[in-house]
Design a protein around this ligand. Sequence first.
Ligand code: CA
Length: 234
Amino acid sequence: MSRPTVLYIEDEEAACRQVQDTLDKEGFEVICASTGKDGVDEAIRLKPDLILLDLILPEIDGLEVCRRLRGELNTPIIMVTVKGEEVDRVVGLEIGADDYIAKPFSPRELVARARAMLRRSVLIKEAAERQKTLSFTALEVDLPTRTVKVDGESVHLTPKEFDLLYHLASQPRHVYSREQILEQVWGYHTRGGDLRTVDTHIKRLRKKLQEGRGDHTWSLATVWGVGYKFDIAP
Ligand code: CA
């Protein structure tokens, strides 16, 4: 297998070099981008296997970079924050970061996170190749192409919205707690994440899928005090 490519978007040159050294020894190829704009351009050009994204960047900050990348790529993103940036952590999750690592981090921790993230994205790709389309009345969820159609019309979802819908819809009527959803859709590293992330994604999904419009036999149902399920009419 070729060396996995990591794009590190970070304006501090010393930090970039350090990560380059660490990951290079572990078999990764690390490319650095020093501004948010360069980071977005490089990510689209290189299509790396993993993106490390520093939160504090000149001009466009890490959150905005994350938002822009999420519209373009499915590449896993690990946000690099400073310890205690709780608010940004939550916002970052909502806009689609896959994991967090707080500065200062040990080389070992970084390598472990990067490996875990890559393993997860390989598993997702493999599952995508195995699985077929989920079909319900007026709803089609196609994993290999990651497209969703409602009444035959494509609906644009962010990667996380798609993952969430697919996760729930692949087990109709199964009730998932918000903790389970956060763990299974966002990855176990985000266990301490904010449960409201799940609520806001469900809300957005419902809106995008135009629930309640006419004869749909399915819904993203709230199970009070527990969580959510993809419900289908009997
Ligand atoms: Ca920085």
